[in-house]
Design a protein around this ligand. Structure first.
Ligand code: PMT
Length: 419
C-alpha cells in the first residue's frame, strides 16, 4: 500500500491510518507532498511504518534505493488521504510535478483517494469536475463526509475517519484483501451488491430566474439518500448526484453536488456510461427559464402580472435508457413517478415512454409520505428477463423502503435480458 499524504489539516489522521493499515497486515510506504510536511512530520510516519518516507522526486539517495518508477510498480494500491483540491486538480490533468503525482501517473495500481478540503472548495464546480474526471479515470473516491470543519464552516469536505476508510477498503477489491483480514478474520461473505457501481440522483433541482430567485420543488433528498446508504451497506460503489439539500453524505458514498437539471443531466450521462444500475430519484424540474435575467427582476408598478417564458429541460432518465455502450448495453434504469392522482396509469405511461426497467410510483399527495417526510409508500412496476411484475410497498420509513427497492432492482438486474 502506497499511502500518499497531501497538504491538509486532516493529514494528522494519516498517522492513525498508517497504523491501522500496518495492523491489518499491509506493507506500507508513505509519500508526502511538500505541503503535507507542514502538517505532520515524515519521522512520525517513518516510525509507524518502519519504512523511510519519500518526499522528493529528485532525491538521488532515495532513487538509489528504490527509483520512483520501481515504487510506482511496487504498489498494489495507491491510497491518498487526505487528497486536497489542488492535488485532485493536478491528478485530473495528468500533471506530474512532484513525487506523488508522478507515481500516480506512472502506476497501474488500484487508486483510491479520501478527499479533504473546505466545503466551498469541495462544492466548487472545478473540484466537482475534477472529482468526476478522476472517477472516470478509475479513481475511487471515499467521502468526503459532511460536518463541522477545522476552519469553522459546516458542510461536505471532511476526510473520512481512518476507521471508516479501513471499513471502505474492506469492501473494495485488491486493496481490501489484507484489510479484510482485520475486519472479518473468519468469514468472507459476498455482499449482494458487491462489485456493482450504482449512480443515484436525489433532491430537487433549482432553475434560476434571476440572480436571487429560482424555480424548485419540495424534495428534501431523504428518499435518494436512503437509497444511497442502503446500496453502500450492500457493498455497492455508490455515486450520489445531489441537488441542493441539507443532508449529510451517507458514509462511503461519493457525492457530486449539482444545482440545475442541465448540470444533473451532464453528470448523470457521464456516470451512466460506467455504472450498472442508475436510479433517478431526483425531483428534476421539467422546465427552466428560457433566459434567466442577468440582474434582479424589478417589480413593475404599472403591470399586474409577469410572464416568464419556460423551456423544456432534458429528460435525464429517458436519455440514459437511450444510451448504448460499445457492446450495445446500458445500465439497468430505475425511475420514480411522483403523482397526485391515477398513480398506476401515470406510472405505467412513464415506464413505457421513458423505456425504464423499473419504476417506483409514489403518491405525493398523501399526508405524512413523499416530499420531505421520513416515511414513504410505493407501487413498484418492473420488466426483467422473467417478464413484467408489480408490488405494493406499504408506508414505512424511507430507509426500509429503500432496501426493498434496491433488493428488487438487484433481483431484476440478475435476470435482465441484454440491452
Ligand atoms: O426527496 P424527498 O423529500 O425524500 O422526496 C422523495 C420524492 C418524492 C422526491 C421521490 O420519492 C420521487 O418521487 N422522486 C421523483 C420526483 C419526480 O420528479 O417525479 P416525476 O414523475 O416528475 O419524474 C419521473 C422520473 O423522471 C423521475 O425518476 C425523475 O427523476 C425523472 N426525470 C424527470 C424530469 C427530467 N427532466 N428528467 C428526469 O430524469
Amino acid at each position: 500500500m502506497l499511502l500518499g499524504i497531501s497538504a491538509g489539516i486532516a493529514a494528522y489522521k494519516s498517522a492513525q491510518l498508517a497504523r491501522l493499515l500496518k495492523q491489518a497486515g499491509c506493507e506500507v510506504r508513505v509519500v508526502m507532498t511538500e505541503g503535507a510536511q507542514a502538517f505532520i512530520a515524515p519521522l512520525t510516519l517513518q516510525a509507524l511504518t518502519g519504512e523511510a518516507v519519500r518526499t522528493s522526486l529528485l532525491d538521488p539517495e532515495a532513487e538509489a534505493g528504490m527509483g520512483h518508477i520501481e515504487l510506482a510498480r511496487w504498489a498494489d494500491t495507491i491510497l491518498i488521504a487526505p487528497g486536497t483540491a489542488d492535488l485532485m486538480a493536478r491528478l485530473a490533468l495528468g500533471i506530474a510535478d512532484d513525487l506523488l503525482t508522478t507515481l500516480c501517473l506512472a502506476s497501474e495500481a488500484e487508486r483510491i483517494m479520501a478527499p479533504a478540503m473546505n466545503q466551498a472548495m469541495w462544492r466548487h464546480p472545478a473540484t466537482q469536475r475534477n472529482a468526476a474526471c478522476l472517477q472516470q479515470d478509475g479513481w475511487r473516491l471515499l467521502g468526503p463526509e459532511s460536518g463541522e470543519q477545522a476552519c469553522g464552516d459546516t458542510g461536505p469536505g471532511r476526510m473520512l475517519e481512518p476507521e471508516a476508510i479501513m471499513a471502505e477498503l474492506a469492501t473494495l477489491s485488491s486493496a481490501a484483501h489484507l484489510a479484510r483480514q482485520a475486519h472479518e478474520p473468519e468469514q468472507q461473505t459476498q455482499l449482494p451488491a458487491q462489485g456493482l457501481h450504482i449512480a443515484i440522483t436525489a433532491g430537487p433541482t433549482r432553475e434560476p430566474l434571476d440572480p436571487v430567485r429560482y424555480l424548485s420543488n419540495h424534495s428534501s433528498g431523504k428518499m435518494g439518500y436512503a437509497l444511497a446508504a442502503v446500496a453502500t451497506e450492500l457493498g455497492a460503489q455508490v455515486t450520489l448526484i445531489s441537488g441542493p439539500v441539507s443532508l449529510p453524505t451517507p458514509e462511503g458514498v461519493t457525492r457530486i453536488d449539482v444545482e440545475t437539471a442541465v448540470e444533473m443531466h451532464a453528470t448523470s450521462r457521464r456516470l451512466a456510461s460506467e455504472c450498472d444500475l442508475f436510479i433517478g430519484c431526483a425531483a428534476v424540474a421539467d422546465y427552466r427559464a428560457e433566459a434567466p435575467a442577468e440582474h434582479k427582476i424589478k417589480k413593475r408598478v404599472d403591470e399586474d402580472g409577469l410572464t416568464l417564458k419556460l423551456i423544456k429541460n432534458p429528460d435525464i432518465i429517458a436519455d440514459i435508457t437511450a444510451m448504448r455502450d460499445a457492446a450495445g448495453g446500458r445500465p439497468f434504469v430505475v425511475g420514480f413517478a411522483a403523482e397526485t392522482r391515477d398513480l398506476e396509469s401515470y406510472a405505467r405511461d412513464k415506464l413505457e415512454r421513458k423505456r425504464l426497467d423499473m419504476i417506483v410510483a409514489n403518491n405525493v399527495a398523501t399526508q405524512g409520505l413523499g416530499f420531505g417526510a421520513d416515511h414513504n409508500a410505493a407501487l413498484l412496476l418492473w420488466r426483467d428477463g422473467d417478464g413484467e411484475g408489480g408490488e405494493d410497498l406499504p408506508p414505512q420509513p424511507k430507509r426500509e423502503l429503500a432496501r426493498m427497492i434496491i433488493d428488487r432492482a438487484l433481483a431484476c438486474l440478475n435476470t435482465r435480458p441484454v440491452h
